[in-house]
Design a protein around this ligand. Structure first.
Ligand code: PEP
Length: 242
């Protein structure tokens, strides 16, 4: 299975900045074998990004999507719209969607199902916050997020799971490779025989990528801040594959 290295741009980069980014990335990225690179710009940049990356090895991802196909849902994006521009991935249940925008496991589950039904590969994000970690609730929280997020789904082959501890996102405090491995093994146990990739997210940089990926159950990364610079993203892929 290829590693998945995903970039979540969050609410960053105008279309002009995206063009610059992709010009640098597509010129300098050597298309490393064994790695799927996915880039998720903000919704408004998706169509432009789809044009910029045509004929490049980059896979396009959305940062969110609604669970209905069309209708009176102001401000939302339909899977049909993503399909139409050949957007292959969608990040679902990111902790910022859960905490700032009130997404529940049930809402995330509907989105995961809709994405699958439209051949868009969901990256289902799960993760505990600092208080939950400190109270020793990490595994209980993850089990619930995973079981509810995947409720009614028999085959998770086409789903990637992103373990993103909330305390590590945007804080510069990455999980240690040992901690990530322990949690990924726990997630793997819950998934059973399923083939899903389990990727890690939370302050990954070019300095931490190699050690993290050396753990057997770490199958890639979801990266925020460090991926905003195309050369740093290329360096992370290099570090993850050396
Ligand atoms: C993220 O938002 O998914 C993320 C992992 O961000 P950062 O790499 O900045 O911690």
């Amino acid at each position: 299975m290829n590693l998945l290295i995903g970039a979540n741009f969050k609410m960053n980069k105008t279309n002009t900045e995206l063009l610059e980014y992709f010009q640098t990335f597509t010129t300098e990225y050597p298309n490393t074998p064994g790695v799927d690179v996915m880039i998720a710009p903000a919704t408004i940049g998706l169509s432009k990004a789809a044009e910029f990356i045509e004929n490049s090895p980059i896979h396009l991802g959305a940062q969110n999507m609604f669970s209905e196909l069309s209708g009176a849902y102001t401000g939302e994006t339909s899977p049909l719209m993503l399909q139409d521009i050949k957007c292959e991935y969608v990040i679902l249940g990111h902790s910022e969607r859960r905490t700032i925008f009130g997404e529940t496991d049930e809402m995330v589950n509907k989105k995961v199902k809709t994405a699958l039904a439209h051949n868009i590969r969901p990256i289902l994000c799960i993760g505990e916050n600092l208080a939950q970690k400190e109270e020793g609730q990490t595994k209980d929280i993850l089990r619930v997020q995973l079981e509810k997020g995947l409720a009614g789904i028999e085959d998770t082959t086409n789903i990637d799971i992103a373990y993103e501890p909330v305390w590590a996102i945007g804080t510069g405090k990455s999980a240690t490779p040992e901690y990530a491995e322990e949690i990924h093994m726990f997630i793997r146990e819950i998934l059973g025989q399923q083939e899903s990739r389990i990727i890690y997210g939370g302050s990954v940089t070019e300095a931490t990528a190699h050690e993290l990926i050396s753990k057997r159950e770490v199958n890639g990364f979801l990266i925020g801040s460090a991926a905003l610079d195309p050369r740093r993203l290329i360096k992370i892929v290099e570090e993850a594959t050396r």
